[in-house]
Design a protein around this ligand. Structure first.
Ligand code: GLC
Length: 625
């Protein structure tokens, strides 16, 4: 018998294998994005060197994590995953204090910790940290890179994946690249979108939408010292990067891999919809964006396979789907994407007590599953709610008009509608279209603030039930539910930002209160109830394999106006979820979902069915198996 040589596998062998596996997913996008403008082979060589360099720098513990995830690439789809999203300063003060709060997160069941923008921002106004001046340094107000690394180690040891924002549509105008560009360096001027006069900017403006029409109107800014117009989609101090320049891709990838080697496991790719621009379009969701995301994701997968990406594209339903990979991009772009449409539909159904639009939108636009990707469903986040409701969908609902419904939701959630229980506020009223977005915390929009003020136990009960419904929805819909800091204890709107001149013009600070640790310790009252409800929901989720992200989600059309029904189609058994969006009990015909359930997983009881009808309590969400 011949003896097999047992040579050790080296890190370079591993890299070579990963490069071979990944390069075929790089060449298509490179050709489509950069075409004749570059020598594709020379570019691939540079990319390979960059990836190899970072791979060699990668710490041993992270290389072990890479191997673990090579073997279990579906790790992020597990039903055990639960995300918590927070500002380091508002949650813990500084980075160094963060590990002390890990037990609190573990008690909730958290396995994914999104630390809101924490890289070094520009001084002064910085859009909540989304105007980054240095991607390789931590915001000095929070600590140093060493503190950050310490925190990532502690998180990982506790089974929690560290997550940060990667702002890649723009940098602060104080970023080194922008400073050099402004000083006249042509190499760095090509990193941004600059124009010598306003001819092109004016032509682009014809079809662009306004993101901050109220506090930062226009998409371009003129700098007299440079004599140039710069593309500034968001605020004046956020300069849009020019992703048509392959050097931008290499420079941003370099930063991502640098941070990955500091222990980041998930990058939240900020405002990705805007990355590519084309004259005559709205410059959002262009097909090139998906090539860029494939290039970023597949490159990261070669040099840091443990790392995944979450796309932040807050767009309409049909534009959202490709962010999880369709057609040739299936399984190759961002592994996660915010489900802003589920969020919008939750609020829409709750206000009107009518789920028909929700059922239509969720059923017609979204596939039951994606290849190796899933959503990050949520109810609230640090941003405003944009009412992504289009005529394309409302036309299917009798007597519903898209604009009228958007106006209704704005009025309902700013509290001015006569039937409203909500406390919120309009945001970025668009003078041209009349559209208004909405600010407010989960609890305030769900009625808790007004109910507590009125000291009315029945109203408090209803508000707590609406919050429970939202949490049960995102925990069972599919993907990783995102719990936004303070929502687990029903924190209400915070108006203190109005006293800070640097923040006062941005109403989104209303939903960014500092963590109320006293309320978090409470044993009775609404905060304690909401937290106990959520803990129970998350624990039940973790014990239910049918709720994993790779189990298909099928929306069931029952025709019942008050109920939203969906099924998680497990291999052997399915779970059917029924959510009642009204404050009245509703009767559900079990034949409509073709089920004979033994148990409601959330209550642990067998559902009572009489003559084929089941009662669904006000604002209840049943998880039937
Ligand atoms: C994302 C962020 C938002 C920010 C914008 C610009 O949408 O969530 O807070 O203003 O990007 O970076």
């Amino acid at each position: 018998m011949q003896e097999t040589a047992r040579a050790a596998i080296t890190d370079d062998d591993l890299f070579a294998l990963r490069w071979d596996r990944g390069r075929r997913d790089l060449t298509g996008p490179i050709r489509r994005l950069y075409g004749e403008s570059i020598d594709a082979n020379a570019f691939l060589d540079r990319l390979k060197l960059l990836l190899q360099w970072h791979w060699r720098e990668r710490p041993a513990d992270l290389r072990l994590l890479d191997l673990t995830r090579d073997l279990n690439p579906d790790w992020f789809l597990s039903e055990k995953m639960v995300a918590y999203v927070f500002y380091i300063d508002k949650f813990a003060g500084r980075l160094a204090n963060l590990p002390a709060h890990i037990p609190y997160l573990q008690d909730l069941g958290v396995t994914y910790a999104h630390m809101m923008p924490c890289l070094k921002p520009r001084p002064g106004a910085n859009d909540g940290g989304y105007a980054v001046m240095d991607y390789r340094e931590i915001d000095p107000a929070l600590g140093k890179m060493a503190d950050f690394q310490q925190a990532t180690l502690k998180f990982r040891a506790a089974g929690i994946s560290p997550v940060i924002d990667m702002v890649l549509n723009h940098t602060a105008k104080e970023h080194d690249w922008a400073v050099r560009a402004r000083a006249g360096d042509p190499f760095y001027q090509a990193f941004y979108r600059m124009f010598d006069d306003d001819t092109l900017p004016r032509a682009y403006e014809e079809t662009l939408v306004e993101i901050f029409p109220a506090h930062a109107p226009g998409n371009f800014t003129f700098y007299p010292d440079m004599g140039k117009w710069v593309w500034t989609t968001f605020n004046e101090y956020q300069w849009d990067l020019n992703w048509e320049n392959p050097e931008v891709f290499l420079a941003v990838l370099d930063t991502i891999l640098f941070l990955a080697n500091k222990g980041v496991e998930v990058f939240r790719l900020d405002a990705v919809a805007f990355m590519w621009k084309r004259m005559g379009t709205g410059c959002q969701n262009l097909p090139e964006v998906h090539d860029l995301l494939q290039l970023l994701t597949q490159s990261t997968r070669i040099a840091a396979p443990a790392v995944i990406h979450k796309a932040e594209a807050i767009v309409g339903p049909s534009d959202l789907v490709p962010y999880l990979g369709t057609d040739t991009h299936a399984g190759k772009v961002s592994q996660l994407a915010y489900h802003n449409n589920l969020m919008v539909q939750y609020w829409s159904s709750l206000a009107s007590g009518d789920t028909r639009l929700m059922t239509h939108v969720m059923k017609t636009h979204f596939p039951e599953s994606f290849r190796r990707a899933s959503f990050a469903p949520y109810i609230r986040c640090h941003d405003d709610i944009g009412w992504a409701i289009t005529p394309e969908d409302t036309v299917h609902i009798p007597h519903m008009d898209a604009k009228a419904h958007r106006d209704y939701l704005s009025d309902f959630y700013n509290g001015s509608h006569p039937t409203s229980w909500a406390r919120g506020a309009d945001f970025q009223v668009n003078a041209e279209t009349g559209d208004r977005r909405t600010n407010g915390t989960f609890a305030s929009l769900a009625g808790l603030e007004a109910a507590v003020e009125a000291d009315d136990p029945a109203l408090i009960e209803a508000a707590i039930a609406r919050i429970r419904l939202g949490h049960a929805l995102i925990a069972a819909y599919g993907g990783i539910p995102l719990i936004y800091m303070g929502d687990e204890i029903g924190m209400t709107n915070d108006h203190s930002y109005l006293n800070d001149p640097g923040l006062a013009d941005d109403g989104r600070w209303m939903q960014r209160p500092a963590m109320d640790w006293t309320a978090a310790q409470a044993r009775t009252g609404p905060a304690a109830r909401i937290r106990a409800d959520l803990k129970h929901i998350l624990a039940t989720r973790k014990a239910t394999p049918q709720l994993a992200g790779d189990v298909p989600t099928r929306v069931i059309v029952t025709g019942h106006r008050a109920l939203f029904v969906w099924q998680r189609l497990g291999d052997d058994r399915s779970v059917t979820c029924i959510a009642n969006f009204t404050g009245q009990p509703q009767l559900f015909r079990v034949a409509d979902a073709d089920i004979l359930p033994d148990i409601d997983l959330l209550t642990g009881h067998a559902p009572e069915i009489a003559q084929g009808l089941m009662t669904v309590a006000p604002y209840a969400c049943l998880w039937l198996r």
